[in-house]
Design a protein around this ligand. Structure first.
Ligand code: NDP
Length: 287
């Protein structure tokens, strides 16, 4: 069931998306600001459009994957006259607010709009490890789902255009939390001339024990109760956490990646929640 699909943006990710569509046998039209990036895809059977407008006209389904929403705005804004009847699938990383604003803008010009968050790096595209979050009108998603499935597993999050960006950023925040903790760990190990390579498997094993932590934490958050069955109370953890800063000082490294969490833990203790679970710190993140 081959479809005509256009891809705007042929950076590392856009090129991977276009390549996956070609491999699946779709008729692919590509456009990129720097035209030379289309060449390898043209060699594989894609059609190169001279302008973004030509690419939009070429296919009912238009996939956009540019650096950021500013670049998406710059590329699409001059071509509002050709958007009617198109489905725009914007896989550019952005915020929920940006996605909702773009959905309204697309609707004003007669286009359907799906926002997406790619949870993969380019070499993972079209492999079983890739998944992509989508949000926007369910009709548009169902119409194009089989084409979109080419990129990786499609996970539809509902008709609020901002939902995909929200969960994309939420997943990335979990990832960056792990990265921050692991970088501090490596700095600590390296400070005594230790081998980070020898230490890494132990860290991996330790982190695997954390895999189900979010599920248990979410139950407490939904219940709004952080005081049940506490085996590692926050007061104890906040006191122990201080050793990170003393050790960092001793070892001559910076503990700046860890400081914000400790400050929140201490505030929560000061507010009288020291006997509860660390998960209650989430209450301090409300504005
Ligand atoms: P690249 O830096 O490789 O490519 C950026 C793309 O944006 C290029 O096509 C570039 O065109 C284009 N671009 C930038 N500014 C403008 C502009 N003002 N007008 C027109 N085109 C512009 O980035 P990626 O392809 O890796 O990333 C694209 C999107 O995918 C980003 O939003 C990113 O967050 C997201 N993403 C990327 C992942 C990754 O691991 N790479 C993972 C998940 C999401 P030109 O070639 O002319 O410079």
């Amino acid at each position: 069931n081959q479809k005509a699909v256009s891809v705007l943006g042929l950076g590392d990710m856009g090129a991977a998306l276009a390549g996956a569509l070609l491999a699946a046998g779709h008729r692919v039209t590509v456009w990129n600001r720097t035209a030379a990036k289309a060449e390898p895809l043209v060699a594989r059977g894609a059609t190169s459009a001279d302008t973004a407008a030509d690419a939009i006209v070429a296919s009912e389904l238009v996939v956009v994957c540019l650096l950021d929403y500013d670049s998406v705005g710059q590329v699409l804004a001059p071509h509002t006259d050709v958007l009617a009847g198109r489905t725009l699938v914007n896989l550019t990383n952005g915020t929920p607010g940006q996605a909702r604003e773009m959905a309204a803008w697309a609707a004003d010009h007669g286009a359907d709009y799906l926002d997406g968050g790619i949870m993969a790096v380019p070499p993972m595209i079209a492999t079983p490890s890739a998944f992509v979050l989508y949000s926007g009108p369910s009709g548009a998603f169902e119409t194009w789902r089989t084409v979109l499935d080419v990129f990786g597993e499609s996970r539809y999050l509902g008709d609020d255009a901002g939902a995909a960006a929200l969960q994309d950023l939420a997943l990335l925040s979990g990832m960056y939390g792990v990265i921050a903790g692991a970088l501090h760990a490596f700095a600590l190990v390296r400070s005594t001339g230790g081998s980070t390579r020898e230490f890494a498997p132990l860290l991996s094993e330790w982190l695997q024990g954390m895999v189900t932590w979010p599920v248990a934490a979410a139950e407490q958050i939904d219940a709004g109760d952080y005081g049940e069955n506490v085996v590692s109370n926050l007061g104890m953890q906040a006191a122990g956490f201080a050793n990170h800063f003393i050790a960092a000082e001793e070892q001559g490294i910076s503990a700046e990646l860890l400081r914000p969490l400790h400050e929140l833990m201490q505030r929560r203790v000061a507010d009288g929640h020291g006997h509860e679970d660390v998960v209650g710190v989430v209450e301090l993140l409300k504005r």
